[in-house]
Design a protein around this ligand. Structure first.
Ligand code: FES
Length: 107
């Protein structure tokens, strides 16, 4: 279980508990948090689950694989360091305290 904070573009914060084994995208979806659309359902094929990870979390997350890296090119205003696709981030105790910010819009 990890407490994850999702921050909307307008600054609205959503702090929720997400079970281990789910993805950060599923944590948003299951809690009806706006700003993460996840059109492809988590297949790393749409980039509409894009977020900016809080700077102090960038190094703590597992590295992006090639597929995520490629798909991020299609995201809205990706940041080379902070952008991640939330469907590729698996929740575990190690993610407790994670903070992510949604972009102004998904593509
Ligand atoms: S949900 Fe489509 S890439 Fe993540």
């Amino acid at each position: 279980m990890a407490k994850i904070t999702y921050i909307e573009q307008n600054g609205t914060r959503h702090e929720v508990e997400v079970a281990n084994g789910l993805t950060v995208m599923e944590g948003a979806r299951d809690n009806n948090i706006p700003g993460i659309e996840a059109d492809c359902g988590g297949a790393c094929a749409c980039s509409t689950c894009h977020v900016y990870v809080a700077p102090d979390w960038v190094e703590k997350l597992p590295a992006k694989d090639d597929m995520e890296e490629d798909m991020l090119d299609f995201a809205y205003e990706p940041d080379a360091v902070r952008s991640r696709l939330t469907c590729q981030l698996k929740v575990s105790d190690a993610l407790d305290g994670l903070v992510v910010q949604m972009p102004e819009k998904q593509i």
